[in-house]
Design a protein around this ligand. Structure first.
Ligand code: SAM
Ligand code: DTB
Ligand code: SF4
Length: 355
């Protein structure tokens, strides 16, 4: 199938797997040009949103997600921890704010929160929000009542990933279904919270599964406000510990296709950055990723150090306070001026004339 080259970025909820597949198979330069063009219609290309993660309850999860170090079924050597004290969570949130984070995302290794956990979780939402941070939680499945309670407490975002295509899903998780996940997303949206939902690459899925995941996300009644694209963090002891690596170019392609299919959503370059080069991350930002997890730790695995990310952002001119996105014509003028004035400028035409 050919993909008509159009840069129009209408919000659509009727994507087909064939279309998504065709996007993923475009010549790389065409795909990236198109993604960057769409990106610029909706976002400042030099701004990246930063969230900090905290595991508020770690390990001993009853679910069997094959990628996850926190499942009680796999021996990953992870120390289990009970639900953190509310005050301790708020202290961590203060540190994240001081380090420059916009959003604080609290994750728990639960199938779903229990009734008796709710008062603590709601107090965490209120306390973190009072600091002036955006709030996000990922606690597993939510019924209507729990989704409403979280929304009333002021929770801004709820993260619940579809993880992969409906066809491949059963190879990865057997303890809850794809429609369970869609139900939770519907409860979150109906409660008025923003939806954060994405998936993981590198679990042995095919290109068509990646297309299938993107179609599921893009064809939800509303596009998720935030779409995390994770690269599998291979953890010893999990069933996926020896999976092959994702081709970095294929990872970048998936980010670009997500950008094109969900033009106004924040696409997060999520887990796996510790294993990515700066060049690969830069290509992901060019392909339309405009959000990251910031801080030394994801939930239980390492993430690049904050100073490393700050250095990368500086090199790329991302989130610099003084930058203003310039129109192409204005950029040409600045470049012409700089090159004419620069002592380093080697004027090939002048040299040729002298010879
Ligand atoms: N227990 C809740 C749930 O599953 O919804 C919330 C926490 S769970 C760890 C949140 C998400 O982290 C998962 O849906 C999955 O997409 C991602 N994740 C977990 N382990 C991962 C790994 N090893 N590599 C990449 N992403 C991972
Ligand atoms: C998401 O999509 N990725 C984050 C967040 N949502 C909760 C979690 C990544 C977890 C990586 C493995 C770990 O650190 O335990
Ligand atoms: Fe449990 Fe969530 Fe890990 Fe699945 S991904 S095992 S539900 S913590």
């Amino acid at each position: 199938m050919t993909v008509a080259f159009t840069t129009a970025s209408a919000i659509r909820n009727d994507w087909t797997v064939e279309e998504a597949n065709a996007l993923l198979n475009l010549p790389f330069n065409d795909l990236l040009f198109r993604a960057q063009t769409v990106h610029r219609q909706h976002f400042d290309p030099n701004q990246v949103q930063v969230s900090t993660l905290l595991s508020i309850k770690t390990g001993a999860c009853p679910e069997d997600c094959a990628y996850c170090p926190q499942s009680a079924r796999y021996d990953t050597g992870l120390e289990r921890e009970k639900l953190m004290e509310v005050e301790a969570v708020i202290e961590k949130a203060k540190a994240a704010k001081a380090a420059g984070s916009d959003r604080f995302c609290m994750g728990a290794a639960w199938r779903s929160p229990r009734e008796k956990d709710m008062p603590y979780v709601l107090a965490m939402v209120k306390g973190v929000k009072e600091l002036g941070l955006e709030t996000c939680m990922t606690l597993g499945m939510l019924d209507e009542g729990k989704a409403n309670a979280l929304a009333e407490a002021g929770l801004d975002y709820y993260n619940h990933n579809l993880d992969t295509s409906p066809e491949f899903y059963g190879e990865i998780i057997t303890t809850r279904t794809y429609s369970d996940r869609l139900n939770t997303l519907s409860n979150v949206r109906n409660a008025g919270m923003k939806v954060c939902s994405g998936g993981i690459l590198g679990m042995g899925e095919t290109l068509k599964d990646r297309a299938g995941l993107l179609v599921q996300l893009a064809n939800l009644p509303q596009h998720p406000d935030s779409v995390p694209i994770n690269q599998l963090v291979k953890v010893a002891g999990t069933p996926l510990e020896s999976e092959g690596d994702v081709d970095p170019l294929d990872f970048i392609r998936t980010i670009a296709a997500a950008r094109i299919m969900m033009p106004a959503s924040h696409v997060r370059l999520s887990a796996g950055r510790e294993q990515m080069s700066e060049e690969m991350q830069a290509m992901c930002f060019f392909a339309g990723a405009n959000s990251i997890f910031y801080g030394e730790c994801l939930l239980t695995t390492p993430n690049p150090a904050a100073n490393k990310d700050q250095a990368l952002f500086r090199k790329l001119g991302i989130n610099s306070d003084h930058h203003v996105t310039k129109a192409p014509q204005e950029l040409d003028e600045i470049l012409a001026q700089n090159t004419a004035e620069s002592e380093l400028f080697y004027d090939a035409s002048a040299t040729a004339a002298q010879v």
